[in-house]
Structure formats: C-alpha cells, structure tokens
Ligand binder design. Structure first.
Ligand SMILES: Cc1ncc(COP(=O)(O)O)c(C=O)c1O
Length: 441
C-alpha cells in the first residue's frame, strides 16, 4: 500500500520528471517497483534516513552513491557550509577557500602543480579530457570504466553499439551525441594485458589520454599500472586517474597513493566534501595551464560552500583516519554476508574492495532474489541492495542490527530457493531493474 504523502509526491514527479530522479541509481525501480520503495526523504543524519512519514531507516545501500563517507549531515562539514552560506555563498569576488583548498591539495599531490574546481564528477572529467586534448593536440581517448554522461564518453557507442556494455550499462544508445565523435573514444578492459597489446598499444600514438580508475572491484597489478604510465609518457598521452568514486574511501586522498603511482591528472568528485557539491581536477602544471588557452569557465565553480566544506571534510577525514575505519566496516559487512549465507546453506560470491563490497547469491533468478532481499530488509527498516558503501556512521549498533536482519532474510531466501520454491511469487511487485556493471561481476 502506497503511503499518502509518497503517492502525492510520486504522482507529481511521474508527471513532470522523466525517470523521476536525476540519477539513474536513485530511480525507485532500481530498488523496488510499484511504489514499494520510500523514494523520498524528509531527513538524513548519520547512517539514518527518514522517509516522508518520518519512518526511520538505516542506510546500508549505496549511501547516496557513496557521497557522504562521514555520514549524512556531518556536524563539522555542516558548520563550514552554513558559515559559508551566512557569509554570502557567492559574490562578485572569489572565495579565499579556493586558494586554501588548492594549496592543501597540491601539498597532498606533490607531483602536481595546478588545480581547477568544478562541482560534479562528470563535468570535471569533461574538463580534464578537454585539457588533455588541448595539451597533447591529439583527440583519441583510451578509457576503462564509467566517467560520466557527457558526449566525449557516450560517443564510445557510436563505434560499436556494445562498447559500453561491459564498462557501464548494456544497450545504451548514444542518442543526441554527434556521430562526428565516432572513433574518438575507445574502451579497454581493466587490468587486461590482451587489451593492453591490442587496443592501447595500437592507438596510443593518437591518444590524448589514458583514463582509468586506479581501483575498481579490486586493485590492478602494479606492473600493469606501471606499463600504462610508461606507454603514456613515451607517447605524450596524459595518464588520468578518475578517483571520483575511489577517492577518500581507502585513505585521505586517492587510491593511487596506495599503488604508489603518480598520474598526470587526478579527478576527485562526489566524496571530496561529504555530499556538498564539489570536485577538483588536479594535474601537472604544464597541462593545467591549458585551462587558460582553451575555455573552461562556469559561474557556480566560484561559490563558497563547496571549497569551505571540502576543507572541513579533508581535515576531519585525515584526523580520524576515515580510510582505515571504512575498510574495517567493509570487512565486517563482508563477514556478515558470508556467515549469514553459510548458516543458511546459500552459495554466495562476495567481491569488491572492502569499503565498496558487493554480493551475489547463487540462484536461477538473481534479480528476483535481490528484489526479495531489498523488500524484506525494508520491512526491518533497512535500506539495502547487493552493494554496501561502508560508512563511518555504520557503528557497532548499526552493524549488529544489519547482521541480525541479514541472517533473518537470508534464512527466508534459503527456505524458498532451497525447497525449489518460486521467489517471484513472494515479490510484492515486479523484479527491480538491474544497474551499473562497474561494481558487479
Ligand atoms: C568513477 C566515476 N566517474 C565519474 C562519475 C560521474 O560523476 P557525477 O555523477 O557526479 O557526474 C562517477 C559517478 O558515479 C563515477 O563513479
């Protein structure tokens, strides 16, 4: 039964907002269909979210696509953003926090010499691609993984319509993206030596950049990353690390610091200000200087809330060693899944780096099993999916509640699938839509 308030808001959104949400991952159909997902929140604090009826849930799902590792509405980051708003969120003059944040980031990235700020991940990647093309005077981009919705990226599907199937989502149509971009962007598989030989080596002479996340489901071989660095350097291509998801999750800064490999550019986005819009493009001075030779400029890249919040976030992150805490939480979540599966005779695959863990229960209808898991966990007031973005506010109490709920729902799943029961019959709506490929196998 849909709640009255939810129904009212959903009706409006369905009428006027195609897809209901601006983010694919926040469409209710990605969790539960037929109005069975709370969809809207009235408040979010720590690891909790309150729906429109003020019902309180624990968030053990994607934690707003992983934006807020300190927990929602963190008091220190909030204080910095509220002060920034009170002193004027924007003006004809620039916020000095820009310079302070730039200095802090350059100190943390000694190989770099310049920074530009933006507010979203995808737009930052577009800026970085523009600078790399301007700097190298070449056009092709060799890439692996997801890097945003922009033309430069989606154009990959003009060459072969399945190019993005294994990078992002199957069947994406590059509608609205000029066909003239065909052949300008070429995908390769993560940590894959065959693609290194067949794709990277063959195209590197014409490539402006190699774009990659330094870690995805796991870390690549160090030898592989060194080979990327070497071939990029030799051929005047920019080695670009997209740390929009991996940044500030394993350590204070980028995962590339763990690999001990310095790129030519690194891009941080959603994690850098704990959910306040902010992003940073950091790079070698000679590349970043092209920001003046080409044209990259936007009014809201100069507001104050983003840099003030990022400064507060980075300082707190470093002080509390948040990277270590997230790894510990992720490890514990993986253990919970493994123990709950074993206790209930379920075969389970668990993968992903600890702070971005995922699981898959062996069954003949995984979308239906996953939908059932989400449906039953929601009844126990837990928002969940097959991934858990570890959070500082996933404290002992929250983890114990999650553990108890997982054991209970895994037992129900086991009862159905291990007795040849039909899981579809137990669903209160159709199975969910399945999402991105990038964090699942
Ligand atoms: C690795 C990576 N790059 C780029 C993006 C795009 O960022 P945004 O959604 O802020 O535009 C994302 C978002 O999930 C991401 O994970």
């Amino acid at each position: 039964m849909q709640k009255k308030k939810l129904k009212k808001v959903l009706n409006k959104a369905q009428k006027y907002i195609p897809g209901i949400s601006g983010l694919l991952g926040k469409r209710p159909d990605m969790y539960l269909k037929d109005g069975n997902w709370p969809t809207y929140y009235s408040k979010a604090k720590g690891a909790n979210i309150w729906d429109l009826d003020n019902k309180k849930y624990y968030d053990f799902s994607m934690f707003s696509a992983g934006t807020s590792v300190l927990g929602y509405a963190d008091s220190e980051v909030n204080k910095a953003s509220i002060n920034a708003i009170k002193s004027g969120s924007i003006s004809t003059l620039n916020p000095p926090e820009d310079a302070e944040l730039a200095e802090l980031l350059i100190k943390d990235h000694k190989w770099a010499g310049g920074v530009r700020f933006a507010r979203c991940g995808g737009e930052s990647m577009s800026i970085a691609i523009r600078l790399a093309r301007a700097f190298t005077k070449k056009e092709k981009i060799l890439f692996c993984g997801y890097h945003g919705w922009h033309d430069w990226y989606l154009a990959a599907n003009h060459q072969y319509k399945g190019n993005l199937d294994f990078q992002l989502l199957p069947g994406l149509k590059p509608l609205g993206v000029p066909k003239g971009l065909r052949g300008t962007v070429i995908p390769f598989r993560f940590n894959n030596w065959t693609d290194f030989d067949k794709i990277i080596k063959r195209n590197i002479k014409d490539a402006a950049a190699i774009v990659i996340e330094p870690c995805r489901e796991g870390f690549p071989e160090k030898k592989y990353m060194l080979a990327l660095k070497k071939i990029a350097k030799k051929n005047n291509a920019v080695l670009m690390f997209d740390e929009i998801t991996s940044g500030y999750r394993l350590n204070t800064g980028g995962a590339h610091k763990i690999l001990k490999i310095d790129p030519d550019m690194v891009i941080y986005g959603k994690t850098i200000a704990n959910g306040i819009p902010m992003s940073a493009i950091i790079g070698k001075k000679e590349i970043m200087n092209f920001a003046l030779k080409t044209f990259v400029s936007s009014v809201f890249w100069t507001e104050k809330v983003g840099p003030a919040s990022a400064l507060a976030f980075i300082k707190k992150h470093r002080r509390l060693k948040i990277g270590n805490k997230l790894k510990q939480v992720g490890k514990r979540v993986k253990k919970i899944w493994a123990k709950a599966a074993k206790a209930n005779n379920l075969e389970i695959d668990i993968f992903g780096i600890d702070p971005l863990a995922s699981f898959k229960i062996k069954s003949n209808n995984w979308p239906a099993v996953l939908t059932y898991f989400i449906q039953e966990m929601l009844k126990l007031k837990i928002l969940t999916t097959d991934k858990c973005y570890a959070n500082y506010k996933h404290d002992d109490k929250a983890l114990k509640i999650y553990e108890k709920a997982c054991f209970k729902v895994f037992r129900k799943i086991s009862k159905i699938i291990n007795s040849d029961g039909e899981i579809l019959d137990k669903l209160e709506g159709p199975p969910k839509e399945m999402g991105f490929n990038r964090l699942t196998k």
